[in-house]
Design a binder for this molecule. Sequence first.
Ligand code: NAP
Length: 474
Amino acid sequence: MTSSHLPAADPCTLVIFGASGDLTRRLLVPALRNLRESRLLPDQFAVVGFSRSAPAIDDLPAFRHVHGAFDDAAAWARLKDEVVERMHAVGSQNLLFYLATAPEQFLNICERLAEVQLLSESDNGWRRVIVEKPFGTDLRTARQLNQRLTAVMREEQIFRIDHYLGKETVQNIVVFRFGNGIFEPIWNRRYVDHVQITVAETLGVEMRGEYYDQTGALRDMVPNHLFQLLTLSAMEPPSALDAGALHAEQVKVLEAIEPLAASDCGTTTVRGQYAAGQVDDATVRGYRDEPKVDAASTTETFAAFRIAVDNWRWAGVPFYLRTGKRLRGKKSEVAIHFRQPPLALFRQASMAPPEPNQLVISIQPEEVIKLKIAAKVPGPELTASPVDLRFNYADYFGVEPQTGYETLLYDAMTGDRSLFKRADVVEAGWGVVDPIVTAWAAGSCTLETYQAGSDGPDAAAQLLTRDGRRWRPL
Ligand SMILES: NC(=O)c1ccc[n+]([C@@H]2O[C@H](COP(=O)([O-])OP(=O)(O)OC[C@H]3O[C@@H](n4cnc5c(N)ncnc54)[C@H](OP(=O)(O)O)[C@@H]3O)[C@@H](O)[C@H]2O)c1
């Protein structure tokens, strides 16, 4: 994040719940340092941490720590005193609370904050709460959490994180789609054959076995990461580039998705779990042998499915989504596959028909935009070969070392909500995923096994071959 034309954020005190945790140490503290170096932190700024054990944060300016447990009234009284003292020292009533804790604690902490009257805003200061993901585990729990959070503060005070796509990437997609006149006219059912969205990882569950085994690939990745890619690539142009307009368009895409009938789940969805295999030349264990994973677990580590976005732009265009762990490659991308041009000309020339055009927006491992076109292979023979027109952001603009949390913290301090999820976006995402979760739980879709380091289960390939298509390679 460059500081060249951005002002420093509003004066405020940041309160981190879970100050001794992994997220704070690995991501939040380095992000605060980067913001300070970029002169984006205000001069009037303080940080208060809260956790049972002491954090190892010694080089943050004006850092104070309050020891205590979330259910300890005396600790809350100490926290309030410390926060009030910091507000006076900073000279501002603005308070930003960061819930860097397990999701089960979110509600409890917010209700306590309301009880000790740290959430009430006044003309002299805003109060904002950053809530980490996951936000609920299904539509019912997400709704319940939203209702209970909005009982103690306004929706505008809640900043729900979905940090998978940085602000840069979101803006890159929006600028690419709507800042270039040549793509938008063909971005619809008349020219697009189908769309593929992939978020593939080579990593396994690492140290997250306990959480992951209760969650699975579908709930861990789809309502947030995959749907963010889906909505940005399928939405209508927003009426403005602000958070409200963007969220309104994203919700419309999710609401236009045809609900999956339980009876179709066997043919339109695929669930898989990795077995031992080779990833990047290393032998890796199977999912059931991972630490803190049930040895007989039936949790999926791979999910793929076909959905229909049933609106004017996309009627009849299938969207294929897949995500999984321990796959052949690390890749996050959206690929727009265009329709085949008429082939009569090539039949006469007895050459193999050229492949249809593909436009690929790649986010990982590199931010690249590729347009696959057909070109004649030089020589006396008339043959065509697919070639890429390729634009890599790093080649043109360079990249800065960032944790991704710099923008999130800066945006929360300046009140820009475009990267944070509104309640209805979260609920609409769960609304699509819930029927699949339910159908899978009822046993309507066999759990396939795939070898670590492969492209996923064979059934995922069949999901496309049945429709006469194939996945892009991983
Ligand atoms: N770590 C990541 O890379 C990452 C990435 C994305 C999202 N997240 C999300 O960020 C959140 C935090 O994850 P994490 O990995 O940092 O978890 P973590 O390492 O387990 O940290 C949890 C923090 O909460 C504190 N805590 C737990 N119970 C407490 C209690 N009863 N009273 C007071 N403090 C308590 C812990 O401190 P004490 O034990 O010292 O009290 C610790 O500081 C989760 O929602 C996670 O999903 C994490």
